[in-house]
Design a protein around this ligand. Structure first.
Ligand code: GKR
Ligand code: MG
Length: 415
């Protein structure tokens, strides 16, 4: 089996004005879809970021992969390393340097190769990751403060959420629609006291749902201490309250709840300093930047050894990424928390013909071959047209926010 064709398609899809500590989501979110074909009718799928510098590297790697054996992931990783060497640049996740770049560029190809491998033997991807540990993978309702709509457009279908009542209404809508059994609030938008009030309101409205708050490093250590104290007993975890491993470790020493991260442990080299300092109790795995599904399983294994919990991180994404998360989640013995997903914000827009549905807050693990999803070529073509027309080439929540509030700065910490 050899890769005869590697097709890389950038796409754009509508995104609501979701607020976070960096600014606000633009009207278009970008992704890149990778298709690997072996010329025998089998196609392996991958999904990754759509930012232009990353897309360029994914394209370079795709060209270099012609003729590669999709079962030889070691050789494929080596080829990707050669293709991207010397072209690594810092991105908005703070990922920089060759190992980070290789991990991010290799990831969609690794997923597509696993999809190909699994399809060629008629087994699901989780079978290649060690087998199924669970029948369904739980996801949390991912709440965002948001405007009623993008200022240049009519209000969207989700409505505004700018105070505790709005947040509770949004949670109600997501829980009713998808049956989510845990809830995450993206914070770092309003002053911390207002966000604590939103958490208190969620606790009153949803007494049984585990809650999380993630301000994306918007708070100083002192502010984080005080928020941790006022949310003790309310949160299952507090995610990335403050920047850096040292700051997180300081907060963790006093906080009653575990701290979680997708910001201070983002590569294997972060594990030793973070774990030895007790900075985090939960790591959010993300195969898109940890280097694929197998690397994420390695991460989970290390977390298990250290007694650190595992959840999953997401960015705005579509159904190939969701399917990959579900296959990984199925195979992780220690997926100790419901995973994040942005799926509800993009529902109905998918590039796959039958997106895996979220029912009762979880996705049933598909038993069909590969990832369990097929590409919808008409939608892919339409979303590619969006990409060509939309003009967005790099996600920049801060620049978009500054078009409405020129004084806005991305400050971490802000409070
Ligand atoms: O979509 O605005 C967003 C999130 O803030 C995302 O960019 C984060 O990477 O979901 C993420 C997180 O948990 O930090
Ligand atoms: Mg986070």
């Amino acid at each position: 089996m050899r890769i005869v064709d590697a097709v890389v398609t950038p796409i754009a899809f509508p995104d609501p004005p979701l607020l976070n500590s960096a600014g606000v989501h633009e009207p278009w979110a970008l992704r890149t879809i990778v298709e690997l074909s072996c010329g025998d009718g089998l196609i392996g799928l991958g999904e990754t970021y759509g930012d232009a510098p990353h897309l360029e590297l994914v394209r370079k790697a795709a060209v270099a992969l012609a003729g590669a054996d999709p079962f030889d992931l070691t050789a494929i990783r080596r080829t990707v390393t050669v293709a991207v060497a010397g072209q690594d640049a810092a991105d908005r996740h703070g990922l920089t340097g060759l190992p980070d770049t290789v991990a991010k560029v290799f990831a969609p190809f690794e997923v597509a190769c696993l999809d190909l491998q699994a399809r060629s033997i008629g087994r699901p991807v989780y079978a290649l990751l060690g087998g199924r540990c669970r029948d369904s993978v739980a996801f949390s309702a991912y709440l965002f403060y948001k405007w009623a709509g993008h200022p240049s457009a009519p209000p969207d279908a989700f409505g505004p959420a700018l105070d505790p009542d709005g947040i509770v209404a949004q949670a109600r809508m997501l829980v009713d629609r998808y049956g989510f059994r845990s809830i995450k609030l993206k914070g770092g938008v309003f002053e911390p006291g207002a966000e604590v009030e939103a958490i208190q309101a969620l606790r009153t409205a949803f007494p049984e749902h585990p809650l999380r708050l993630d301000p994306n490093c918007a708070w100083s250590v002192a502010t984080s201490h005080s928020v941790a104290a006022s949310t003790a007993g309310l949160l299952e975890y507090l995610e990335d309250p403050t920047p850096g491993i040292e700051g997180m470790a300081e907060v963790a020493r006093e906080a009653a709840m575990p701290l979680a991260t997708n910001m201070c442990v983002v590569r294997f080299a972060d594990i030793r300093p973070a774990f030895t300092q007790g900075a985090v109790g939960v790591v959010l795995a993300d195969h898109h930047y940890w280097g694929g599904l197998r690397a994420s399983a390695d991460l989970a294994r290390i977390c298990d050894t250290w007694g650190v919990g595992v959840s999953m991180h997401s960015n705005s994404h579509l159904g190939i990424s969701l399917a990959a998360m579900v296959q990984l989640g199925a195979a992780l013995p220690n997926l100790t928390y419901a995973a994040d997903t942005h799926t509800p914000w993009q529902d109905g827009l998918d590039v796959v013909t039958a997106p895996l549905p979220i029912v009762d807050g979880a996705v049933a693990v598909p038993d069909g071959p590969g990832l369990g999803v097929e590409l919808d070529r008409d939608t892919l073509a339409r979303l590619h047209e969006n990409y060509l027309r939309c003009g967005v080439r790099v996600r920049d929540d801060t620049a978009y926010m500054r078009t409405f509030d020129p004084a806005f700065r991305k400050l971490r910490p802000r409070w």
